[in-house]
Design a protein around this ligand. Structure first.
Ligand SMILES: CC(C)(COP(=O)(O)OP(=O)(O)OC[C@H]1O[C@@H](n2cnc3c(N)ncnc32)[C@H](O)[C@@H]1OP(=O)(O)O)[C@@H](O)C(=O)NCCC(=O)NCCS
Length: 225
């Protein structure tokens, strides 16, 4: 048996149009209230599709009906399942959401649509350690967008796995700017494994678990009619 955590990464397509009554029917009152607060229809549609998809993924993993799942949150605000030991984390960007699930470890995930970010040096100063900034500053221009998103998704996945999210200063954690194999990061005495995930050419994504990571299996949540 391979030591380490097996992660399932669920992909949820987020259409711009309304996901329809079946998706709304899966949500609880709190999710519906959050959905109703969006100003733009597209953002509301995507939120509803993401949370319906989250429930379908977690239902497949736990064997519970999607509507019956209850959520709590850690003191840092990280959502958790009530009455189940399954760990999960959700991330969404543009037309996709992803949910990472596993058992026995904490998990975090981040997905970001690759865009043309401006003032990359200014952004690097806000999120990178001095060593990462120095290495970023000498990268060729054509590698900088991808390298920035790689660092950013790694840091978010790590801080979401930890549960403090961006309340923890990302400049205090080194994740390395290079492409390539997974890396181990020790944060306040806890060892975490970070791995980049190739989802699509225009998407940057990373998964993080506490302890060693054995595998990441990708699955899809079917869109609701
Ligand atoms: C949580 C946070 C990392 C999300 O980053 P993001 O790039 O905007 O969003 P992502 O799509 O990657 O992740 C969002 C999901 O992360 C999850 N999440 C929320 N808080 C989290 C936390 N502390 N740790 C891990 N995951 C968290 C939720 O499922 C959320 O989805 P939802 O908003 O649809 O319920 C970031 O907003 C953060 O750390 N903020 C600081 C804490 C904060 O201000 N909280 C708001 C309180 S009102």
């Amino acid at each position: 048996m391979t030591p380490g955590t097996d992660v399932t990464l669920w992909r949820i397509p987020l259409p711009e149009k309304s996901p329809g009554p079946q998706a709304w029917a899966l949500l609880d009152d709190r999710e519906r209230q959050r959905a109703e607060r969006f100003i733009h229809d597209r953002d509301r549609h995507r939120f509803v599709a993401a949370h319906a998809g989250l429930r379908l993924a977690l239902a497949a993993e736990t064997g519970q009906p999607p509507r019956a799942l209850g959520f709590t949150a850690t003191p840092g605000g990280k959502p958790q399942l009530e009455r189940h030991a399954l760990s999960f984390n959700l991330s969404h960007s543009g037309a996709i959401a992803v949910v990472a699930t596993c058992r026995g470890s904490a998990v975090g995930v981040d997905v970001e649509m690759a865009g043309r970010l401006r003032d990359l040096d200014g952004l690097a100063g806000m999120v990178m350690t001095p060593d990462e900034q120095a290495r970023f500053a000498v990268l060729p221009q054509d590698l900088r967008q991808v390298a920035f998103m790689r660092v950013w998704t790694r840091k978010e996945a790590l801080l979401k796995a930890d549960g403090r999210g961006l309340t923890y200063d990302p400049r205090k954690v080194e994740v390395d700017i290079d492409d390539g194999a997974e890396r181990t990061v020790v944060l306040e005495g806890i060892s975490w494994t970070l791995r980049d995930v190739a989802l699509a050419p225009d998407l940057a994504a990373a998964v993080c678990v506490s302890g060693p990571l054995a595998s990441i299996r990708q699955r899809s949540v079917a869109p609701l009619a």
